[in-house]
Write a protein that binds this ligand. Sequence first.
Ligand SMILES: [Zn+2]
Length: 280
Amino acid sequence: MVGGASAGGWRVNYHPVTNDHCSDCGDLMEPHHGDGRCPACFDRYLFDIEPGFLESYRKFGARSRLILAETCLRGLVVESPEHRKVLAMTIFEQYIGAMGDLAGLFQAFRNRELAPVVRSFLEFKLDAASALNFYAEIANSSDAQLCASLGLPIPAFAGAMAPHLDGEDTRELEIAVHHLMLDLRKATDQGDEAALALAQFAGQVDNAIIANDAKWLDGLGADVTPDQVAMLVFDQRRRSLYVQGLTADEKAMGRVVDGIDTATRAASNLIYAYLQTHDL
Ligand SMILES: [Zn+2]
């Protein structure tokens, strides 16, 4: 039924009143229910909350993935083989999330003159094109080029570019940028193949179901070894299930947690350096 429900012979209209004015500036905009902002006011709002958003993400949001992954890694040692696979998958998801966030932040800072950092970051999607672009951008740029594109000073020019900082804060900024350059390269040093694998998992992980084994899948999961967790992905285009085995091995998971640590530290230093450089 369109337009409302029929109750005891009465038609009840549930549609609330629409209005077509921006609740911030009053300009005309598309009809909407309740409060709504026009695109320009929304961007202004996002610019206003940018320092608070970034600082909150740095201190809590970014770290949440590492906290979860480290907790799962500690659990790997004591859990049953089946539970280890669940923990391994969770660790892997945190890695994909951390790398996606780092790539999104990187892109958002590079794009900061064109769109609010918060909007670019929240709209960012890790796919083959954006992952390859992120890895290539870092591989093909010098430290000085990376710093310039992110709005940061190279360490030697921290004092000149951020004269509002005192000696100790300048030194902290130099250290943050120095570590940021190392970590950006460390996070992406496995090249195109790793970028594509990351994008592929990012596209699958939300729709995937995990299984303890894939023996029941008519030979489809024959490659999945007993120590691996099977990730089942529904492929509508090819009308099949796609099976990916992921190791639940403690050493391999330790390396994945290292990767999360690197990506988290890079995101944190990127935000810290940006806020300090621009006195935000
Ligand atoms: Zn407006």
